[in-house]
Design a binder for this molecule. Structure first.
Ligand SMILES: Cc1cc2nc3c(=O)[nH]c(=O)nc-3n(C[C@H](O)[C@H](O)[C@H](O)COP(=O)(O)OP(=O)(O)OC[C@H]3O[C@@H](n4cnc5c(N)ncnc54)[C@H](O)[C@@H]3O)c2cc1C
Length: 652
């Protein structure tokens, strides 16, 4: 046991030891030679992100298949383990740093604002905030009904969610909605910022009960559990949870910094392999069985289109030979939020430290006993049914995220705006002086606006054209306005101690919220100016039944028209409809392949764990509420929690 006040030498040695040990773990599977050009593998997985890492684990542990997983980014690092450092991963070296096309109905204050996507082993699960929210039961029931997959209702899928979970909170573990022992750790934040607790109390006063976000109802308010282990301080990325638990004898090759450019075909119905580049060298690798795309909702459609699978007219415009005409890249959608910034004039209202610096004390705290600002991050989540919601009582359509954010670069903040630069500098200067602020972010949980991903050029390295078309549907705008009005009014009527009133932003020539009418006028402007991505993209290779002309993949995740090419990531459906979880739908439903073939379908041949599934009533929900993001994290979880994981566990 180290002394309470360790000397600088002890602290430095502790940091160095643990940092080296963790980095060695991160590098274990990636420090392998590049396979010989022209090699064959049973499966080639394109993209070692959220979904890719889970698939790699499942295929290698259950089928003993040979797998090549190609990831464009590098390995994880000790700094990606730290949940308190997430804010600084966004836009950095682990990010694709894409921009959206200039929007017409949202984000007008920014020129082509950036969006975040993880470019690292673990993908966006490595760079995401880490809010643990499975989504609303209605998401699943709705999805199940839409595709006629009757055994994929919420009651049927909950056991799959439980299978992967390792909940470190003993007060939740036995409430019927959680468990421990799975591969993915989730923890309750032990030191939420007092200002977030005060906001939660305000929500309580206004009728929102405190809930477990993943419990019987989502109708209420909570400090979210997070995808991390509070005991170790390590974030639960899918690389940490799944890749690092792969048996060392597994036949898996993970090649990082490998940029997949296109799929190879033997005819127009069979994928034979892929082409990727690494350090300027081109490689061709071949698949005995399947090529599986898990490059995420932006890059999966990009790779498909570069390979000749996409809208015929678009491909022909770029002189790409058409392999199959499919609506790839259509149906892009994303949750959208509008930031409301509040100054906090009392530093005791925030968590531990104003800024999660990489200094010796913070690093020592993190590595020694998972303490300090690098080991903490808290988000408040409240569900709210807007005036536009036809399912008001059971399925809220918006949510309110509250979070304390740190401020360290005034110039970078100001430079994100297209105009009014000097006004924006004046606006942000007090926040910069404080070093942090309270962001209350109303979020549209179930957007109906749809956009596109298209190729910019035939050069694979050219960033795709991303147009989410935010708030193009007026219903979306009115819903976001309603929840934003609710937040602003609530904080006007019941000011939180130490939290200053919401100041009007540059570019909205209205004084602010002096009266109801003025407030609405002001917020209409504010939303159009500042609403932007909540980073839950999906839908660009939508799943559908055979007669669905808007579908790109069938319910078994096969690209329509191909016998061995699949998409298994957030592209397949809309998270805002909870459909990410649909991935799991495939698993218990697929019982059609021959039992001797090594195939993704074989995953389905493992029988469902009747112990969990036979107890659906135990998990019966009460007033299930809003659909939530249901980001891919969740759907991946479902892949994982498929019967195999549970068999793994019972095998022990
Ligand atoms: C900033 C941020 C915060 C978020 N916060 C939360 C949260 O709090 N809670 C939550 O549940 N969800 C959150 N999400 C959403 C969630 O993380 C994503 O929905 C999910 O991780 C997407 O998974 P995916 O497998 O589809 O894609 P990714 O995880 O993005 O995986 C795609 C992988 O493919 C790789 N790749 C792409 N193109 C190529 C290529 N050509 N060749 C080789 N490799 C390639 C990428 O580098 C990446 O590793 C957040 C997202 C972001 C961006």
């Amino acid at each position: 046991m180290l002394p309470a006040t360790a000397s600088m030498t002890v602290m430095l040695l502790t940091v160095a030891y643990y940092a080296l040990r963790r980095q060695t773990d991160h590098n274990y599977f990636v420090n392998v030679p590049i396979p010989v050009n022209g090699s064959y593998f049973d499966f080639i997985i394109v993209g070692g992100g959220t979904a890719g890492c889970i698939l790699a684990h499942r295929l290698s542990t259950r089928l003993n298949a040979s797998i090549l997983m190609l990831e464009a980014g590098g390995p994880q690092s000790v700094i990606t383990d730290m949940i308190g450092n997430t804010q600084y991963l966004i836009g950095g070296e682990f990010d694709w740093n894409y921009h959206v096309q200039q929007q017409h109905y949202a984000g007008l204050a920014y020129p082509n604002f950036t969006i975040s996507r993880g470019k690292v082993l673990g993908g966006t699960s490595t760079t995401q905030w880490g809010i643990y929210n499975r989504g609303n039961p209605n998401d699943y029931d709705n999805w199940s009904q839409r595709y006629g997959l009757t055994n994929m209702t919420w009651d049927m899928v909950l056991p799959f969610f439980l299978a992967y979970e390792n909940n470190t909170d003993s007060s939740l573990r036995f409430n019927g909605y959680h468990r421990s022992g799975g591969l993915v750790s989730v923890s309750t934040e032990t030191e939420p910022d007092p200002v977030l607790l005060n906001f939660r109390t305000l929500m309580n006063t206004l009728g929102f009960s405190t809930i477990d976000l993943n419990g019987g109802t989502q109708n209420g308010t909570a400090i979210a559990q997070m995808f991390y282990n509070a005991d170790t301080g390590i974030k639960s990325t899918t690389a940490n949870s799944y890749i690092e638990s792969i048996n060392q004898t597994a036949r898996i090759t993970i090649t990082t910094r490998a940029f997949v450019e296109r799929i190879l075909f033997t005819n127009n119905t069979h994928a034979s392999g892929v082409v990727f580049t690494r350090n300027g060298t081109e490689y061709h690798m071949f698949a005995n069985n399947e090529v599986i795309l898990t490059a995420g909702p932006i890059n999966t459609p990009q790779v498909l289109m570069l390979s000749g699978i996409g809208p015929r007219i678009h491909l022909q415009e770029l002189n790409i030979p058409v392999v199959r005409n499919l609506p790839v890249g259509n149906n892009l959608h994303d949750q959208v939020f509008v930031p409301l910034y509040y100054r906090v004039n009392n530093e005791t209202l925030r968590q531990v430290d104003p800024y999660p610096r990489f200094d010796v004390a913070n690093l020592y705290g993190y590595f020694h006993n998972a303490s300090g600002p690098l080991a903490h991050h808290a988000d408040g989540v409240t569900y709210y049914s807007s005036s536009q919601n036809s399912n008001a009582t059971s399925w809220p359509d918006t949510m309110i995220i509250s979070v304390v954010e740190f401020f360290n670069n005034l110039n970078a903040t100001v430079s994100q705006y297209a105009s009014n630069t000097e006004q924006w500098r004046r606006y942000w200067t007090p926040y910069a002086n404080d070093g942090y602020y309270l962001a209350i972010d109303p979020v549209l949980a179930r957007p109906t606006s749809r956009g596109t991903v298209r190729l910019n050029a035939t050069d694979p390295r050219s960033a795709p054209l991303i147009d989410p078309n935010y708030l193009s549907n007026q219903t979306d705008f009115e819903a976001l306005l309603d929840v934003t009005m609710f937040v602003v009014r609530a904080l006007q009527r019941y000011p939180l101690p130490g939290v200053m009133q919401f100041p009007p932003i540059p570019g909205c020539p209205i004084v602010g919220c002096l009266t109801e009418t003025l407030c609405e006028m002001y917020l209409r402007c504010h939303i159009r100016q500042l609403a932007r991505s909540y980073y839950n993209f999906a839908g660009t290779a939508r799943m559908g039944l055979a007669n669905d002309t808007a579908a790109v993949v069938d319910p078994q995740f096969r690209v329509i028209g191909f016998d061995n090419l699949r998409v298994v990531d957030a592209s397949i459906e809309t998270p805002s409809n909870g459909d990410m979880a649909s991935i799991m739908v495939n698993i218990p439903n697929s019982r059609y392949c021959s039992s001797d073939a090594i195939s993704l379908d074989n995953l389905a041949l493992i029988e469902t764990d009747t112990r969990l599934v036979s107890e659906p009533n135990k998990y019966e929900r009460q007033n299930a509420v809003t659909l939530m993001i249901v980001p891919l994290m969740k759907f991946c979880a479902i892949i994982d929690n498929s019967p195999m994981t549970r068999m793994d566990e019972s095998d022990k």
